[in-house]
Design a protein around this ligand. Sequence first.
Ligand SMILES: Cc1ncc(COP(=O)(O)O)c(C=O)c1O
Length: 411
Amino acid sequence: MAELALRGGTPVRPQGYPEWPAHDERDVEAVAAAVRGGRWGGFPEPGPLAGEFAARFAAYQGSRHGVVMSNGTVTMEVALKALGIGWGDEVIVPALTFAATPYAAMAAGALPVFCDVDPDTLTIDPARVEAAVTPRTRAVMPVHLGHQMADMDRLTEVARRHSLALVEDCAHAHGQRWRDRGAGCFGEFGSFSHQSSKTLTAGEGGSLLTDDEQLARRAHSLIDCGRPKDPDEKDHTFGSNYRLGELHAALLLVALERFPGQQAERAAAGRRFQELARGIPGVRLLPPDPRISRWSFYRYVLLVEPEAFAGAGNLAVCEALEAEGVGAWEGYPPMSRYDLFQPALSRLPVAVEHADRLDPAAMSFPVAERVGLRQGVYLDENVFRAGERGVTDAVEALAKVQRHAHELAAD
Ligand SMILES: Cc1ncc(COP(=O)(O)O)c(C=O)c1O
């Protein structure tokens, strides 16, 4: 008889984990108050609730200015445009991230140049960044993936040495701190997503943080159809409408109140998980970089060794974990697998000019490819919001899937 729930066995955790987004009457009341108040939209930009959230979230991360907008993709596009980055420029991004990061560079008109990631943190490898710099490079966009942060010591140094702008993609890193400095506060801009799965969410939304008042003004203008934001400016500039509505901002304000408690709970549970899961054969944990001084993660990413799982890769392991009641996802494919970023397959005009930089034959990212296609397992955040039992069940499910991995090969 099969043991794995995927094959008809009894699941380790049939009751599943707490729902996300977490919500209660406070959210309902906040939205109701915004509805009754009659100020629903984001114009004039920013709306009062959007402005209040932006200021509070910027202060929480440790930045001087926050600009709230409709999602965490346009945040990055706006950041690059505010920096004057566009046609003919190159922007370095990791080969393991969500498509939004390189897409944002393309939306600004620039060419994304991919670098492989570090095998211990799965974040962009600073040595490869440095090797990828050309006279056309204008910015580097590290992504703080899963439960890690990119090496901000080395990346700030590389950016300084080559006069590159630093735009952090912090979609996974609300609340994270590196040597006691908040994610998103290291370079020109920090970008955050408030999309449904993110740990600070209103369903949709994005925040851009910066210490530079002029850049903040430009960002406000870019998301508000180019309206001038500087008292000395009279004319519109080039911009679009990426404003966030007030109902979303109302939800974000409540979410921010809840956030520190959830962060602390996840961090404690994450540490416990690492203690307990350490001995499972074929499971490689990637402890958070010791320079992360407040651990505030989105999903916990571990690696499986297919040899220890009867040849099964991350996709099959995630399906088996899901069947056991533990939310798990195989993560992003490496950027070399996206047709979009290959000139022969996409119709990127810019690629013709820089074809050598996007040549599929030259695209080899061994770490991102191995992690993305074979090894990466991203455990859902709610696994770490369900007390001691939530953690022990997840560890048991992982150990069980490994013990009975031969059943996975039965397809
Ligand atoms: C790493 C990363 N960057 C950017 C984004 C884009 O955020 P959004 O969905 O708010 O546009 C996401 C998530 O969706 C993400 O995971």
